[in-house]
Design a binder for this molecule. Structure first.
Ligand code: FA5
Length: 346
């Protein structure tokens, strides 16, 4: 057997030394990339070594293959080491550069946040929870019974015109007010009980700065014995000062709703214009915010309660308008516009 060292060994050794030296001298990442292509790239010198195996005598092929693989490993390693060293040098140079200030805060990623309606709704829920109220969620698609008839508004009643309605083909409707939950609550809870039910309501009406076709209300309902208007008004004051976080000027006037007797309108002095008059308050200085009253005996009966034994008070807060007063929003239509220029201010 021929023990002489095959000539390709010296050749591979020389080739390896040559590449290791050139790689170690690469001055920058672009130069290194060129060396990488020329050595281990598709048409590179080191890659070509493998293709020569077929030209050798069969007894040398195994050793040659192992030696050529070893060259490839050394060159790959040298390329990786040089790349790390060059990148580190760039980083060191940047840190040494006076104009790079590593104490400047990075750019914060944009984070979402609750919608102003959700913020104020959560505060209202928290105020009422602390006064022992349940927080309930009722359907937006309602029956005519719950939205109107149970509330003492039969089909012939002119009060139906007060709330223009989106009707569905099957006779259901999009609730026009959260009062649609009143009788549902009476049918669910044994008296005495107290509950608030916030939600979206819909009306088929023209929009302006204080009217949307889709807006939010919060209904409040308390059923107990010996319920009084004084208790109702005190609860309304607690609510408004907790949410608006400042003294507010309110006025109470008689208001007609078929499902309360007596009924009231609690208006708040417009905080967008300070009472001077603007498009939000229709130049009156006042904004209708909180209709309320003592639950009508017909409604208690529809809920299965005896009005001789049980009474109640209810309110239907215009949540969208309260949010406008809280943040000074000049147009209700901004709230559901989805305009991020508006929403990112909260
Ligand atoms: C009602 O919806 C009654 N269900 C309220 C009620 C509940 C009375 C319980 C008595 C007892 P009204 O239609 O006035 O009432 O609406 C209530 C509040 O919703 C208004 O005071 C106002 O703040 C708000 N609101 C009414 N219409 C709109 C609208 N188109 N856009 C924005 N807010 C509105």
């Amino acid at each position: 057997m021929n023990q002489a060292t095959p000539s390709w060994r010296a050749e591979l050794h020389a080739l390896t030394q040559d590449w290791l030296q050139r790689i170690a001298l690469a001055a920058d990442l672009a130069g290194l990339r060129e060396l990488e292509v020329a050595s281990v790239g598709k048409k590179g010198d080191v890659t070509a070594l493998m293709r020569r195996v077929g030209t050798l005598p069969p007894e040398e092929r195994r050793d040659y293959g192992a030696a050529a693989g070893d060259v490839r490993t050394q060159v790959d390693q040298a390329l990786a080491d040089r790349k790390t060293a060059l990148e580190q040098a760039i980083l060191d140079a940047e840190l040494a550069d006076d104009t790079f200030d590593e104490t400047v805060p990075g750019l914060l990623p944009k984070r979402g946040h609750p919608h102003p309606l959700s913020l104020v709704q959560a505060e209202i829920e928290s105020v009422f929870s602390s006064m022992g109220f349940h927080v309930l969620d009722y359907p937006e698609v309602e029956s005519e019974f719950d939205n109107f008839e149970a509330l003492n508004i039969p089909s012939w009643h002119p009060a139906r015109d007060m709330q223009d309605t989106f009707w569905l083909q099957d006779g259901h409707l999009l609730r026009t007010h959260t009062s649609s939950g009143q009788v549902r609550a009476m049918q669910t809870f044994a008296p005495p009980f107290r509950a608030v039910f916030p939600g979206k309501v819909y009306r088929y009406e023209a929009t302006d700065a204080s009217h949307e076709h889709t807006f939010h209300q919060v209904e409040g309902l308390l059923v107990d014995r010996h319920v009084s208007v004084a208790h109702l008004l005190d609860s309304m004051r607690t609510l408004l000062s907790a949410i608006l976080k400042t003294d507010v000027t309110v006025r109470l006037r008689p208001g007609y709703f078929p499902f309360v007797e007596p009924g009231f309108e609690l208006d708040i002095q417009c905080r967008v214009c300070g009472g001077k008059g603007c498009s939000v308050c229709k130049q009156s200085g006042w904004l209708e915010l909180l209709p309320c009253g003592l639950v009508h005996p017909h409604v208690l009966r529809a809920g299965g309660l005896d009005p001789e034994e049980w009474q109640g008070w209810a309110f239907g807060l215009g949540l969208s308008r309260l949010v406008m007063m809280r943040f000074g929003v000049p147009d209700v239509r901004l709230l559901l516009s989805g305009d991020t220029r508006f929403l990112t201010q909260f």
